[in-house]
Write a protein that binds this ligand. Structure first.
Ligand code: ARG
Length: 266
């Protein structure tokens, strides 16, 4: 039975036009045909794992719109739309706002002085808001969201520009033990003590972090990793998760892997 539903944004206008994170090198060419195949491969893998994929059309002006994770934060049928840090992405806000409105969501905004980049930096976990700040998102935005959705904030500070969103250095796994993988040097508090009463924290090595191992998509019991050459995969498999691989190398040139391309709707 399909009880999971996600949103992705189609990739036909994806390119590197500016650099707003250390992965993005201006002038680097994207093989668009390959990117479209990789995006299609991720979409099929997500469907195979039992989720329905909704698709928002791409937009020629916004190459990073494809990173749908950054659209906002969703709780049930309510969404708070992101306030992108960089002007290059700010035009995406109204595109997402319109999509959510059209699809029956109660849409609200965070005060514009507080920057926030959606599932990139936060997600709802039971009665908690799990979030990070310090590079793209502001602490004030997370506190606003927690208050708005009546959640307990559990937030950590990011300190490495290469791991600029929470979803680049932390991922919760679909295990009974509440396991989660994380890259300690990405956090100011490398022991991530703020999250340690909620998750069984499993550190990953630098090589895995550089392949964006934490940017895996979780669908039901499956974990979709962006490469098969990731050491932590063996541990995750031993924990009982079904492992899938979806190579998204073209998107990694922009600093995003599997999770960045997806937001869970329910
Ligand atoms: N090029 C995009 C940016 O820098 C990548 C976003 C990746 N998204 C994510 N959820 N980590 O904004």
């Amino acid at each position: 039975m399909q009880n999971t539903s996600v949103l992705m944004s189609s990739p036909e206008y994806f390119r590197i036009e500016y650099s707003i994170n250390p992965w993005m090198i201006e002038g680097v060419e994207i093989n668009l045909e390959l990117a479209k195949d990789q995006w299609g491969g991720l979409k099929s893998t997500i469907e195979k794992c039992g989720a329905e994929v909704n698709v928002i059309p791409g937009n020629t002006v916004y190459p990073d719109l494809v990173f749908t994770a950054n659209s906002g934060i969703i709780k049930d049928k309510s969404v708070l739309i992101s306030n992108f840090k960089y002007q290059e992405r700010q035009g995406e806000e109204v595109i997402y706002e319109n999509w959510f409105r059209k699809n029956g969501y109660d849409v609200a905004r965070i005060p514009s002085e507080h920057k926030f980049e959606g599932r990139g930096d936060a997600f709802v976990y039971g009665e908690y808001l799990i979030g990070s700040y310090g590079i793209r998102s502001d602490k004030e935005a997370l506190l606003f969201i927690a208050d708005h959705f009546q959640l307990i904030p559990k937030i950590a500070k990011l300190v490495d520009e290469k791991f600029y969103h929470l979803d680049t250095c932390f991922q919760q796994l679909p295990t009974k033990n509440n396991d989660a993988i994380f890259y300690p040097p990405a956090f100011e508090d490398q022991s991530l003590s703020e999250f340690s009463d909620l998750f069984n924290l499993i550190p990953i090595h630098e090589d895995d972090a550089n392949q964006l191992a934490c940017n895996a998509v979780v669908i039901n019991e499956s974990v979709i990793f962006p490469s098969e050459n990731i050491e932590i995969i063996e541990t995750v498999a031993q924990l009982g998760c079904n492992i899938e691989i979806s190579n998204v190398s073209e998107f990694m040139k922009s600093g995003g892997a599997c999770q960045c391309l997806v937001i869970t709707l329910q």
